[in-house]
Design a binder for this molecule. Structure first.
Ligand code: DX5
Ligand code: ZN
Length: 226
């Protein structure tokens, strides 16, 4: 199986919030790919997280640096009410959960009209079948390896099958969506999904990137070798 270059996405939720500007500048100087920004409304998931202000700040910092992409993971009810706001704040990729909308396909089309990349996120309980018809209009498919809402949870092994399934489906149907893991990305999980299931994208949390002994640049290089 041909192996793609990894897409590495630091999860900003894990940053030491006291030094957010300096930390983003340090991340920006590494060989990372996409900032992962978790937006939570306290309803779709039982937690609150970042919002438009953080997104705008990351946009400003990276635009003066390496001009990285920013994704926005909408863990909110009815995200169609906010996607324009997120696009204006500087998101390049907007991920929605299909369960958060009555008509998720309409929200994906709205994201396309805004000139942004579309993303679908599958919870551990969400099947490929339930999103199958939307895959041709989806640029990024993110599969949760944990129940969403919190950082630092352990990868749930039963989600592995869905990664393999989505990769097989992509090949069989000549589709080009990217496949990304969110949650529980340890060395073992990354290495298995990358080499055995054809998954190229990884949201990175505390397990391999934040609060490590090495600096960000060294961690990113190490993860590229997993
Ligand atoms: C979970 C969030 C993740 C989280 C992943 O709902 O979407 O982005 O930060 O972090 P880890 O890798 O720590 O599980
Ligand atoms: Zn996320």
């Amino acid at each position: 199986m041909e192996e793609k270059r990894k897409i590495l996405c630091p999860s900003i939720l894990n940053l030491a919030i006291d030094h957010i500007r300096e930390e983003i500048e340090k991340l920006d100087a590494t060989d990372m790919d996409i900032y992962h920004v978790d937006i939570m409304d306290g309803r779709f998931v039982p937690n609150f997280a970042m919002s438009v202000r953080e997104l705008e700040m990351i946009r400003r910092i990276t635009d003066k640096g390496h001009k990285r992409l920013i994704d926005c993971h909408m863990m909110v009810m009815e995200p169609h009410r906010y996607v324009e706001m997120m696009a204006k704040a500087g998101a390049d990729i907007i991920y929605i959960h299909p369960e958060s909308e009555l008509i998720p396909s309409a929200t994906l089309e709205q994201i396309q009209r805004l000139g942004k990349k579309t993303g679908l996120v599958l919870n551990p309980c969400t099947s490929l079948e339930s999103v199958r018809s939307m895959l041709p209009i989806t640029d990024y498919v993110m599969v949760m390896g944990v129940n969403p809402g919190f950082a630092g949870r352990d990868f749930m092994p039963y989600t592995r099958e869905k990664f393999a399934e989505l990769n097989q489906y992509r090949q069989d149907h000549g589709l080009s969506y990217h496949l990304v893991l969110d949650g529980g990305a340890t060395k073992e999980v990354i290495s298995d999904l990358y080499h055995n299931c054809g998954i190229e994208g990884y949201v990175l949390g505390k397990q391999e990137l934040f609060f490590q002994k090495e600096d960000y640049a060294a961690c990113i290089d190490r993860i590229r070798g997993f």
